[in-house]
Design a protein around this ligand. Structure first.
Ligand code: FAD
Length: 428
């Protein structure tokens, strides 16, 4: 194996990017890893994400399971509430052994991103507030121009820059333009600067018109909000945050339960630091690599939040891609082909939507909401319970090879301190 540093640039410091960086930087296989992220720091936003099936194994192999569990949400599960906050149906955390709709390990996305960043930042060159403006590859490598004006050559570039990946657009051209498949709605996440009590549940209120508000306390003085609504894809994701807030205000006017307090914040608070708004969509690509550039996580195969598997897929994808790069002795074409072949079926299974898709989660009529709640109540009972089990057990449908030696204790000790308790322009 070559000892010349093999340089890898990863675009995106969300989940997939730092997870890949973790493996490459500690594999002692001569990789020099740079991560470029357009935000000023790891992004805090988002609701709970699930770590299921094989991804739990990946987190364990990374040596991060204790920190992830400590920072995890210790909630009772999901509760669907009416306009007065009365429970209509609930799914407890222990339903289906923690591998059902509610996973055993649920963690705020921002907390997971932070854990992955802290575990890697000493071994990886993180460059925040910058991004790739253009890239061009030849036999010698990938020549990158950054937005900051810097120019640098890398052996490989990995796109981990999410559903709307800029690297995918620069590299895959036509295939990129048809890669995002909208699922019929939008979702926003943000934090309220006060606490709304939900009795230990992630509480969701559906309102007619295909609208839902979800709340969970995020700390002593904060509440995490999720707002989702049905809509054809009309480009809202490209608008300014102020316009997006105005759209939410119009869309959710008249909704009961805690919505008036949320609307008040949307209307009167100038800036919400972790405000996130996006199209609910999947990403489908025929291939995940072209030359020296490969796609990872949501950038290559987002299953969408509807499946609850985006984070798990990103963690497993990062493990397999890193493992194959190490195993191939840095022969990227061999590694990328194996990565696609090992992950292909798994991705296809994880992208299968639950019955009804997004529309099933956001019923349009009061009767539809009533029926959905009824089906949720049935779900906890045999025999419906065994029917739904198959939907979630696909998170385990991959056998992970043993690519790496046990993780270095140095990395996990640093994270333990963080959470001590509880929770194309051509250059060629
Ligand atoms: C702020 C945020 C909140 C989210 N909340 C949820 C949630 O509550 N529930 C859920 O199921 N999923 C959520 N997701 C999506 C979820 O994180 C992913 O589905 C999954 O974890 C796979 O992660 P990823 O690293 O592939 O993509 P992401 O987590 O989307 O990370 C992509 C990263 O790339 C960065 N980036 C984007 N464009 C560029 C660029 N041009 N140059 C450099 N960097 C760039 C982004 O800022 C981000 O940090 C959220 C994503 C984000 C960014």
């Amino acid at each position: 194996m070559s000892r010349t540093p093999y340089t890898v640039l990863i675009s995106g410091a969300g989940i997939a990017g730092p997870a890949l960086a973790h493996w490459l930087a500690q594999a002692d296989a001569g990789f020099e890893v740079t991560v470029v992220e357009r935000a000023l720091a790891p992004r805090r936003g988002g609701q709970a994400v699930d770590i299921r099936g094989a991804a739990r194994d990946v987190i364990q192999r990374m040596g991060l399971l204790p920190s992830v569990k400590a920072a995890g949400l210790h909630e009772h599960g999901f509760a669907f509430v009416d306009e007065r906050g009365k429970h209509q149906a609930s799914l407890p955390m222990n339903f289906m052994g923690g591998e059902g709709i509610v996973a055993e390990i649920e963690i705020l996305r921002g907390a997971l991103s932070r854990i992955l960043y802290e575990a890697t930042r000493h071994a990886v060159d993180y460059r925040f507030d910058d991004s790739i403006e253009s890239l061009c590859q030849d036999e010698d490598g990938v020549h990158v121009i950054f937005l900051s004006g810097a120019r640098q050559r890398f052996d490989l570039v990995i796109a981990a820059d999410g559903v709307h990946s800029h690297v995918r657009a620069l590299t895959f051209g036509d295939a990129h333009s048809t890669s995002v498949a909208p699922l019929g709605g939008y979702t926003a996440y943000f934090t309220l600067p006060f606490r709304i009590e939900t009795g230990g549940w992630f509480a969701i209120h559906n309102a007619p018109g295909g609208r839902a508000i979800g709340l969970r306390p995020g700390g002593p003085d904060t509440t995490q909000v999720m707002l989702s609504f049905l809509s054809p894809p009309v480009g809202y994701e490209r608008l300014s945050a102020d316009r997006q807030k105005a759209i939410l205000t119009e869309t959710f006017a008249g909704v009961g339960w805690e919505m008036p307090r949320v609307l008040h914040v949307l209307e009167h608070m100038g800036s919400l630091p972790d405000f996130y708004f996006d199209l609910v969509a999947q990403v489908h690509m025929e291939h995940w690599a072209r030359g020296r550039v490969a796609l990872l996580g949501d950038a290559g195969y987002s299953p969408s939040p509807v499946t609850g598997l985006g984070t798990s897929l990103a963690l497993v994808g990062a493990y397999v891609l890193a493992g194959e790069l190490v195993r191939s002795g840095q022969m990227h074409d061999v590694a990328f082909a194996r990565y696609e072949s090992i992950m292909g079926d798994y991705v296809r299974q994880c992208q299968a939507l639950p019955p009804g898709g997004l529309q099933g989660m956001l019923p349009r009529s009061a009767r539809g909401i009533w029926l959905r709640n009824l089906s949720m109540r049935m779900m906890t009972r045999w025999p419906v319970r065994s029917l739904v089990a198959g939907v979630f057990h696909k998170a385990d449908a991959i056998v992970l090879e043993d690519y790496f030696a046990p993780t270095l204790p140095r990395l996990t000790a640093e994270v333990g301190q963080l959470f001590p308790r509880g929770p194309g322009v051509s250059l060629c």
